[in-house]
Each structure stands twice: as structure tokens, then as C-alpha cells.
Ligand binder design. Structure first.
Ligand code: FAD
Length: 420
């Protein structure tokens, strides 16, 4: 009974969004076409439009900026403080030299200045994670959409780009109308420059004949089995613990993260596991220290003070699953709890896609494709990914700004309204 009205209001909201999308008039020509109205595409649109370009953003979904709403569990971890100052944490990226060359030493401060100029206040939490002060991803999305519109960008959702081809008069960008008969019609436009900001996914990148690293989900949960066959993961489903997690390959440590682990019946999830998933291969071992390095004597004293129980130190449900009565034995197990990785789990819920356009094909100063004049790329469309903590969105903002600005320069020949 309760589901009916909710479903009705959801489909009504979709119909309204499609009607609003259909009402958007897409010009036949523009200076800069941005393919994808997510985090990096909106940043690119703002940069190009504020510099003076006529900009059209073609977005597949029924609204622009929807991907932002899901970030940070709806709170949007929009940046990381480790990227501020003169020595940003380039090592958090898979392509540190390229990211450094694109973003420069002012990386984090530039990204924050961009967000502040959108009117977004932010606050810092554990691990340098920066969130909007409202702790609402919708604040970030609304502020970006409003700034892009103020700058004059045409935001055209429900238009899925099906191809982009260079021609004598510019790039011919074809799009299909999403939403069937109630959505906008298929059409095409001609743009002097194109910014590819369509996130992870192969469709468009393949048709451009640029070299791509294969796409695969990263920052995701891991399917694994306890090395100690007696541990019942089902009994731990949903329990969280603060851990130091190590990824081991043939006994040697490959990576280490401190943070939250979440036990699931199929294996492990949580931020510390997401971060290790970037490096994990089937057969690797994850070793969790639930004591986070607590001194053994202190552990023994605490167990003794609790009458032999470990429940003052560990979640009682986890302590019970590890053996219950023998508190000292439980703590010893909790120091080095091992799991054998079989592969990614729930890949459709991964935060980031690894792979994408090989960065060697792009000039880091402008993010222009070296062999395809007038084409620029940013965000996850490029083969750049990073650890959890706001690093991926930071790249989306900054790379979008660089690509958008350069796309304006290529299209408009450098008459800059903003610095005039
Ligand atoms: C659940 C979840 C939580 C996350 N949380 C965080 C976080 O808290 N902090 C963080 O730093 N990172 C987070 N990330 C990662 C972050 O969202 C991405 O790195 C970032 O959004 C990438 O920006 P982008 O513009 O490249 O791609 P996207 O934001 O994915 O935008 C791409 C857009 O292109 C559109 N598109 C795709 N194909 C086409 C086409 N053919 N035609 C037209 N449009 C098209 C898509 O619909 C989409 O709107 C999270 C990701 C997920 C999935």
C-alpha cells in the first residue's frame, strides 16, 4: 500500500523532468559542447561560459548533476585537505605525474576557490575529508547548476550523445532523445570545441578511436572468504569496525589503509576496503587489525578488568563471532583477522571506474587530445582514479576547469571576458 504513492510520485517527477528537458532549446551551433553534465562537465561548462564561450551541455540523464547526489552517501565528500598547500598529495592518484602537470601546485586551493565562488561553504572531517557545511550533496549540485546557468550555459538533459566526429566546420555531435516519446527528439549540433566529460564507460571513447585502458570498477566492496573457515561472515553482516587493513600478496604488504571496515555475508566493504580494492587481485589476502595496534599488555589488562571478556574493547557481536568466552584469545584473533580475496563485489555500486582514455594522448596543460584538434577530456573519462576521501571529485572539478577554459580558448581564439 505504502509503495504505490511513492512510485507514482517518482514517475511523476520523471515526467516533469522530461517535460522540462524537452522545453530546453538546443542551439544548432555553439562554441563549446560539453558531453556529460556531471561533476567535471559542469565545472568545464562554468569555465568556458564565464570566459565568454557559448556552451551547450548534453546530458544523458533526465537532469544534470545527478551523479553528485549519490556522492559521500548523499553528503558529497567534495575535496580533501591533503590536496591544499604547495605540496598536494599526488600519490593518492594512479597517474601522479600527469595529475600534477594538469593541476599544478595550487590544486586543492583552486578547487576550493571554485566551490567557494559557487557559494558553497565547506567543513573538514576526519582524514581531511571536506564536505559542504550543509552536509547535503544537493547543495553542491544546486550551486553548480545555478552558476552554470548564470554564466549562460545551455543545460540540455535527456540527450544521450551517440557520436562526435570532426568536420571542416567543427565537431558534429549527434544525440538521441532519452525518455521515449515524452522526451526530447534526437538531433545534432556543430561545436567548435568538444569537452568529453561523460565519466567512465566505453561507448563514446571507442568511437573516437583513442586508446583506452580497459574499464573496471574500483573503490568497491571485495568478495572474500575468511582464512579461518570457522568464522561465520553471515553472523557479522552489517557490523562495522575501525581497523588497520593490510593487503598482502605472497606474504608481502602491497597497501595499507586505516579506516572503517564493514562486514558483509559475501566479504568486506567500508572505506578502508574500498581503498584497498584499487590494488587487490584474486588470491590476495586482507589482514584486519581490529585493535588498531593496541599494546598487548593494555589489551590483557582491559580484558582482565572486564572479568575475562573482550566486549569492552570490541563490538560484542564481533567478539562473540571470534570465540566469545576467551577474551584474551579473541583479542589475539582480532589483531590479525585474515580474508582471501576472490574479486570485486557489487561492482555496479563501485564509486569509481578505473580505465579510460590513456593520459599520454592528452596535453596536460590544456587536456586537449594531441591528435584530434578541438577535443578535450576531463574527469573520469580519462584514465585517472584515486583513493576515497574527496580526491576523485577534486580531480573532476580541477580537470573540468582546465579543459573548459582551454576549450573556450580553442573555440574563441582567446578573447577573455573574465580578465578583460
Ligand atoms: C556512489 C558514489 C559515491 C561517490 N562518492 C564520492 C565522494 O564522496 N567523493 C569523491 O571524491 N568521489 C566520489 N565518487 C566518485 C565521483 O562521483 C566521480 O569521480 C566523479 O563524479 C567523476 O566526475 P565525472 O564528471 O567524470 O563523471 P560523472 O560525475 O559520472 O558525470 C558523467 C556524466 O556524463 C553523463 N553521460 C555519460 N554518457 C553520456 C553520453 N553518451 N551522452 C551524454 N551524457 C552522458 C552521465 O549521465 C553523467 O551525468 C563517488 C561515486 C559514486 C558512484
Amino acid at each position: 500500500m505504502a509503495r504505490g504513492p511513492r512510485r507514482a510520485s517518482r514517475s511523476q517527477a520523471r515526467e516533469e523532468a522530461l517535460a522540462a528537458a524537452s522545453a530546453v532549446r538546443v542551439p544548432a551551433r555553439c562554441d563549446v559542447a560539453v558531453i556529460g553534465g556531471g561533476a567535471s562537465g559542469l565545472a568545464a561548462a562554468v569555465a568556458a561560459a564565464e570566459a565568454g564561450a557559448s556552451v551547450t551541455v548534453l546530458e544523458r540523464a533526465v537532469e544534470c548533476g545527478r551523479t553528485i547526489l549519490a556522492t559521500g552517501n548523499g553528503r558529497c565528500n567534495l575535496m580533501n585537505a591533503a590536496l591544499r598547500g604547495p605540496a598536494p598529495a599526488w600519490g593518492r592518484y594512479n597517474e601522479p605525474a600527469f595529475v600534477a602537470a594538469v593541476c599544478g601546485p595550487g590544486f586543492g586551493d583552486d578547487a576550493l576557490a571554485f566551490l567557494e565562488d559557487c557559494g558553497i561553504a565547506w567543513a573538514e572531517e576526519e582524514g581531511g575529508r571536506l564536505y559542504p557545511l550543509s552536509r547535503q550533496a544537493s547543495s553542491v549540485r544546486e550551486a553548480l547548476l545555478a552558476r552554470a546557468r548564470r554564466a549562460g550555459a545551455v543545460l540540455a538533459p535527456a540527450r544521450e550523445v551517440t557520436g562526435a566526429t570532426p568536420g571542416a566546420d567543427g565537431w558534429h555531435v549527434a544525440y538521441g532523445g532519452a525518455g521515449g516519446s515524452s522526451g526530447p527528439a534526437a538531433d545534432s549540433l556543430v561545436a567548435r570545441s568538444v569537452v568529453l566529460a561523460a565519466g567512465g564507460g566505453e561507448g563514446l571513447t571507442r568511437s573516437l578511436r583513442l586508446a583506452c585502458a580497459p574499464y573496471e570498477p574500483v573503490l568497491c566492496s571485495l568478495a572474500c572468504t575468511p582464512a579461518d573457515g570457522r568464522l561465520d561472515l553471515g553472523a557479522l553482516d552489517g557490523r562495522r569496525a575501525h581497523v588497520v587493513a593490510r593487503l598482502l600478496r605472497s606474504g608481502a604488504e602491497v597497501a595499507r589503509e586505516a579506516g572503517e571496515a564493514l562486514f558483509r555475508p559475501y566479504g568486506l566493504s567500508g572505506i578502508a576496503i574500498f581503498d584497498l580494492s584499487r590494488f587487490a587481485l584474486p588470491g590476495d589476502v586482507i589482514a584486519l587489525d581490529l585493535m588498531c595496534g593496541m599494546d598487548r599488555d593494555r589489551g590483557r589488562r582491559l580484558v582482565a578488568a572486564a572479568g575475562g571478556s573482550a566486549t569492552g574493547v570490541l563490538d560484542p557481536v564481533i567478539a562473540a563471532a571470534l570465540g566469545g568466552a576467551d577474551g584474551a584469545g579473541v583479542l589475539e584473533l582480532a589483531r590479525d583477522l585474515r580474508f582471501v580475496v576472490s574479486g570485486p563485489a557489487e561492482p555496479e555500486r563501485a564509486q569509481v571506474t578505473r580505465g579510460g582514455l590513456l593520459v599520454s594522448q592528452f596535453d596536460p596543460a590544456t587536456l586537449a587530445a594531441r591528435e584530434l584538434p578541438g577535443l578535450f577530456a576531463c574527469g573520469e573519462a580519462l584514465d585517472v582514479d584515486a583513493a576515497c576521501g574527496g580526491f576523485n571529485l577534486a580531480w573532476a572539478w580541477k580537470s573540468g576547469l582546465v579543459a573548459g577554459r582551454a576549450a573556450w580558448g580553442a573555440a574563441c581564439g582567446g578573447t577573455d571576458r573574465t580578465s578583460a
